[in-house]
Design a protein around this ligand. Structure first.
Ligand code: PBG
Length: 329
């Protein structure tokens, strides 16, 4: 027996000692801030279920991006709330689309920040699904048409790059979309633009507040025919392997905290850069409990984010990015 010769508590006695053996350090470099852009002028509308987060018009967004840059946060990811939606998500891959306008404005303002774009049809389709629909030939059930969707996702990614995006992040969960996007980007001369793939994205109830924020809930059914079953981890490894084979530069696990085991396995198995999305529901439930005085928001957020990093994430998409920058001071 090693006790009492080894006493773990010795190194916990003061903050100085604790600092010396701290294994995981959350830093500014780890953060990616999600932002929502909508048409209009001077609009900054708070999202009810995500306090401190806003739907912003392009002008307000540029101000926000400058603030985020000044805080030292390296990257943002943009989501669009378009003027019009239709069954083919046309406003998503139009060069005049809201995200495209936003990227150009950020570029014009010379913000020194990595601009990532979410590539998915759900924000732009009137039915709210992440791809175009077809009726199954035998059952008559409406479902997302995988291969028809690939072409539109590729068009959207190319259009984002033409506007000046630094990185594209497909979140639709269609099979084969990383390859389709990689091919299209290469053909259009954007072989230098990396793909951050939402590789293991689960059909999660934790996206609830986001769907209000992006005004993108499915109008019928749910996303279980394309997003993953929360019960599966082996399958997540297959998804990640596919995306890496197809050319993904960064692979994402989403949500984060309920899936720390998946983050760890992906990191150990592939050694690729891993992103984790600390999603809207993870954020909102802490905010709500903190408002009631039941939890300490800062301590909970830092504990959650540190745990995500400890599990193996190299970067975290989080609505707390600005707060973390301030807390780290
Ligand atoms: C779009 C997309 C979603 C999120 C990111 N991209 C919603 C969804 O798939 O329903 C969720 C982000 C969050 O909850 O914070 N497909």
């Amino acid at each position: 027996m090693r006790f009492p010769r080894y006493r773990p508590r010795r190194m916990r006695r003061t903050e100085g000692l604790r600092r010396m053996i701290r294994e995981t350090i959350l830093s500014l470099d780890d953060l990616i801030m999600p932002l929502f852009v909508r048409p209009g002028k001077r609009i900054k509308k708070e999202i009810a279920s995500m306090p401190g987060n806003y739907q912003m018009s392009v002008d307000a967004l540029v101000e926000e991006v400058k603030e985020i840059e000044a805080l030292g946060i390296p990257a943002i990811i943009l989501f669009g709330i378009p003027e019009t939606k239709d069954s083919l998500a046309k406003s998503g891959y139009s060069d005049q689309g809201i995200v495209q306008q936003a990227i150009r404005a950020i570029r014009k303002a010379k913000a020194n920040i990595v601009v990532i774009t979410d590539v998915c049809l759900c924000e732009y389709t009137d039915h709210g699904h992440c791809g175009v629909l077809k009726k199954h030939r035998l059952s008559g059930i409406r479902d997302v048409d995988n291969d028809a969707t690939l072409k539109l996702l590729a068009k959207m990614a190319v259009s984002h790059c033409r506007a000046g995006a630094d990185m594209v992040a497909p979140s639709d969960m269609m099979d084969g979309r990383v390859e389709a996007i990689r091919d299209a980007l290469d053909k259009a001369g954007f072989e230098d633009v990396p793909i951050m793939s939402y590789a293991a994205k689960y059909a999660s109830a934790f996206y609830g507040p986001f769907r209000d924020a992006a005004e993108s809930p499915p109008q019928f059914g749910d996303r279980r025919s394309y997003q993953m079953d929360p019960a599966n981890a082996e399958e997540a490894l297959r998804e990640v392997e596919m995306d890496i084979d197809e050319g993904a530069d960064i692979v994402m696990v989403k949500p984060a905290v309920p899936y720390l085991d998946v983050i760890r396995r992906v990191k150990d198995e592939f050694g690729y850069p891993v992103a984790a999305y600390n999603v809207s529901g993870e954020f909102a439930m802490v905010k709500a409990a903190a408002e009631k005085g039941w939890l300490d928001e800062q301590r909970i957020a830092m504990e959650m984010l540190t745990s995500i990093k400890r599990a193996g994430a190299d970067m975290i998409l989080t609505y707390w990015s600005k707060d973390v920058a301030r807390w780290l001071g």
